[in-house]
Each structure stands twice: as C-alpha cells, then as structure tokens.
Design a protein around this ligand. Structure first.
Ligand code: CTP
Length: 217
C-alpha cells in the first residue's frame, strides 16, 4: 500500500477563472478552462481523499465524489477558501484569479453615451491575493500554487514560491490555458525540480497528488 492510500486527506482545489463584473452583463476574465484543477480534484477523489473543489465559472462536470463550491469573483473565492482551508491538509491553487476588478460595478447597463467620446476607461482596483493570504499561516498543510509565466519564468516562479509561502509551485505558460495537454515544471521549497513536457493534464494531476500525499506521509 502506498503512502497516498494509507491516509485519507482533506484536499482543497481551486479551478477556473474568476469573473469581475463591470455591469450586469459584462465582465473581466481570462481563458482558463478549469481542466487542470478538475483533473486534480478527480485524481484525489479516485485515491479516496475527501475533496472540495472551489471553482469559477466553467463548463466542466463535477468529478465523482467531489464536493463542489461554485464562485464567481476573486472575493467570493477568497471567502469560500478561507472556510475550506481551515480543515484542509492540502491545497492546490490552480484557479486563474483575476488580479484586478473594476473599481465600480454599475447597477444598470453601461451605455455608449455614458462615456461621451471615442474612448472610454475602466478604473481597476487590485484583488486580494487569495493564495498568499491563506498560505501565510498554513502550519503543516501542504500548499501547491501555480505560476503562469511567459518567457523563462523559473526565477519568477521561485520568487512566488517564497513570497506566497508555498511548498510547491507549478510553473506553466500561456499554452496551458484552455488546452488538454500542458508542459510544467514543478519546483519544491526543498529545491526539488520535476519537468513534464506536453503531457495530458490527467498525468500532471497524478504527479501532483502523489507529491502532496507523500509530503503528508
Ligand atoms: N493567485 C491568487 N490570487 C490572486 C492572484 C493569483 O490566489 N489575486 C494565485 C494563483 O491561483 C496561482 C498563484 O497565485 O496559484 C500565482 O498566480 P500568478 O497569476 O502566476 O501570479 P501573481 O501572483 O498574480 O503575480 P504576477 O501577476 O505578478 O505574475
């Protein structure tokens, strides 16, 4: 029996994009499909762990045995995660959280004439960094973050690992968004480094679930 099977962990996964509304029908978001997080949740549930999946708006089916919490904005996700994290052993933060949200959400539709001329602007304010905020006092929990970088992002990913108090950071690039396969480098706080090239997200999920389960023992 492997260590992963020996203990039933409480696993929390976040997935998908967040949506930050400008008015009742328009929002700022990104290309994330949620697949990576859903694969992690599915894999963890197959191993018998207790899984909570907090997801932004996606078109994916809830994996069997997974308890799903739907959220919309980054602030919704922070509230949901604060509750789930308290009793968690492991967190996989694969959500593509919007860094910014409109300073104001209009209650009625934003009409062209409201802006007057040929240009318009939306003032943005910073969203909370969900991962940094929950991982700050993580105790013995294993926390896995993701870093989407363009170019050679390894140095920046390592900086995120330290700054956000993570055990592992999964470095990927924009080609992972909305794709079935992905190329990742998993960097550990312990100096470990593992590269997986052009692999189905399900394979990457297996490696990630193994890692955290092994850390928990
Ligand atoms: N993240 C988060 N809350 C945010 C932004 C990001 O929890 N407001 C999480 C993501 O889910 C991911 C990790 O932080 O696990 C890194 O996200 P990324 O977008 O790569 O980094 P940022 O911290 O947003 O930094 P930058 O935009 O400078 O690259």
């Amino acid at each position: 029996m492997t260590a992963a099977r020996a203990s039933r962990l409480r696993v929390v996964v976040t997935a998908g994009p967040t949506r930050e509304y400008v008015d009742p029908v328009r929002y700022i978001s990104n290309e994330s499909s949620g697949r990576m997080g859903f694969e992690i949740a599915a894999e963890a549930a197959r191993r018998g762990h207790r899984v909570t999946l907090s997801t932004g708006p996606v078109v994916l089916e809830t994996p069997p045995g997974v308890s799903r919490v739907d959220v919309v904005s980054a602030r919704d996700m922070l509230a949901a995660l604060r509750r789930a994290f308290r009793s968690a052993d492991v967190l996989y933060m694969s959500a593509a959280v919007a860094d910014w949200r409109p300073a104001r959400r209009l209650s009625g539709k934003w009409r062209k004439k409201d802006s007057g001329g040929e240009t318009a602007r939306i003032d943005l304010v910073k969203n909370p960094d969900i991962l940094a905020s929950v991982a700050r006092a993580k105790g013995s929990r294993v926390v896995v973050g993701f870093a989407l970088e363009t170019g050679n992002g390894e140095r920046r990913a390592k900086a995120k690992l330290r700054r956000k108090n993570l055990d592992y950071v999964v470095l990927n690039d924009a080609s992972a968004l909305n794709a079935r396969r992905t190329t990742v480098t998993i960097l550990g706080r312990d100096g470990s480094r593992k590269s997986l090239k052009g692999r189905p997200k399900r394979d990457v999920a297996r490696v990630l679930v193994d890692l955290a389960a092994a850390r928990q023992g």
